[in-house]
Design a protein around this ligand. Structure first.
Ligand code: AMP
Ligand code: TRP
Length: 335
């Protein structure tokens, strides 16, 4: 690589439109930290097909994710940007990691338990082995730091366990052991309709999430309809998950500490909190939405960035795979 910076890598599934949870938990921090690292960001479409997707929709969302990264402020000249399926080394490494990961470990993953419970029967094997593909995403690039929301922490821990296991078997320097970065606020934005559950882009209730391509009006309506409790006092309290969530959103957007926000709302009503939060969200999302729409009209530009990114990523990923194949006794494509 050209720089001596450490590597930061992250990704989002293009399984639906992105939400402010994705923005505050992940994307905003990528933008903030990007200049200190050699950055790799991609759209994980192979992960997205662990649940059924409409093919045309999937393709559109895959590009939209990349356009959104750029619109949110990722610098296309510095970061390596690509689509996961453009770099076949991800699927290749995932297979190898599958052979060094235990069923018990995968079965303990909270995301798997939640998603498989929702699915009921006919659970795809890919949903179960999903974390080994994510580990491959990370380990292919000797990644130092992975900025994600709280829900992904367990997957990064598993990635570390697999890497340490393989390093013990095949040499300490085989894989770089990655660290997780979880933001101090915004790591877990909750549903606006059920504030004890995580805001999820696949929620069937569209009012539960603010999407990054919602109109200003839609955003205002959703935030104003956010479920709060029947009290009146604005406090950061376990018993007030709806109010807490709005305060967290404000804090993540403005950088203001929670106590400062709470103090400013002394004597005010929930209505004030909702109106202010709605305006802050509109201010943050509006420009990202408009820029994403512009970029989506310029497919040539996106394709150019992606082709460059995928090529860079492939070269780097192949180097790591060659080392791995040599160590474990697999014959490389070129012998
Ligand atoms: P996903 O939507 O599962 O592909 O998640 C992409 C990134 O967004 C990951 O880093 C997640 O941890 C983060 N993320 C997703 N939902 C939320 C949420 N409700 N609050 C905070 N971060 C989130
Ligand atoms: N599994 C992550 C999620 O659902 C997305 C993801 C896939 C990811 N590969 C990754 C995140 C590598 C960080 C690094 O949010």
């Amino acid at each position: 690589m050209t720089s001596a910076k450490k590597t930061m890598l992250s990704a989002i599934q293009p399984s639906n439109r992105l939400t402010i949870g994705n923005y505050l938990g992940a994307l905003k921090n990528w933008v903030k930290l990007q200049h200190d690292y050699d950055c790799i960001f991609f759209s994980v479409n192979l992960h997205a097909i662990t649940v059924r997707q409409d093919p045309a929709e999937l393709k559109e969302q895959t590009y939209r994710a990349i356009a959104t990264y750029l619109a949110a402020g990722i610098n296309a000249d510095e970061a390596t940007l690509f689509i996961q399926s453009q770099v076949p080394e991800h699927a290749e490494l995932a297979w190898v990691l599958n052979c060094f990961t235990y069923m018990g470990e995968l079965g303990r993953m909270t995301q798997y338990k939640d998603k498989s419970a929702k699915q009921g029967q006919n659970i795809p094997a890919g949903l179960f082995s999903y974390p080994t593909l994510m580990a491959a995403d990370i380990l292919l690039y000797r990644t130092h730091l992975v900025p994600v929301g709280e829900d992904q922490k367990q997957h990064i821990e598993l990635t570390r366990d697999i890497a340490i296991r393989m390093n013990n078997l095949f040499g300490k320097d085989l894989f770089q052991i990655p660290e997780v970065y979880i933001p101090p606020v915004g790591a877990r934005i909750m549903s606006l309709q059920a504030p004890t559950s995580k805001m999820s882009k696949s929620d069937t209730d569209v009012n539960a999430s603010v999407y990054l391509n919602d109109t200003d009006d839609q955003i205002r309506k959703k935030v104003k309809r956010a479920v709060t409790d029947s009290g009146t006092e604005i406090a950061y309290d376990e018993e007030k998950p709806g109010v807490r969530n709005l305060l967290n959103i404000q804090s993540a957007l403005t950088g203001k500490p929670i106590p400062e926000l709470v103090a400013a709302y002394a004597g005010k009503q929930y209505g004030h909190l909702k109106v202010d939060t709605a305006e802050l969200v509109v201010e943050a999302v509006g420009p990202i939405r408009n820029r994403t729409d512009e970029l989506m009209k310029d497919h040539g530009y996106l394709e150019k960035i992606l082709a460059k990114g995928a090529e860079r990523a492939r070269t780097r990923a192949r180097t790591q795979l060659k080392i791995l194949y040599d160590r474990i006794g697999l014959v490389n494509p070129n012998g």
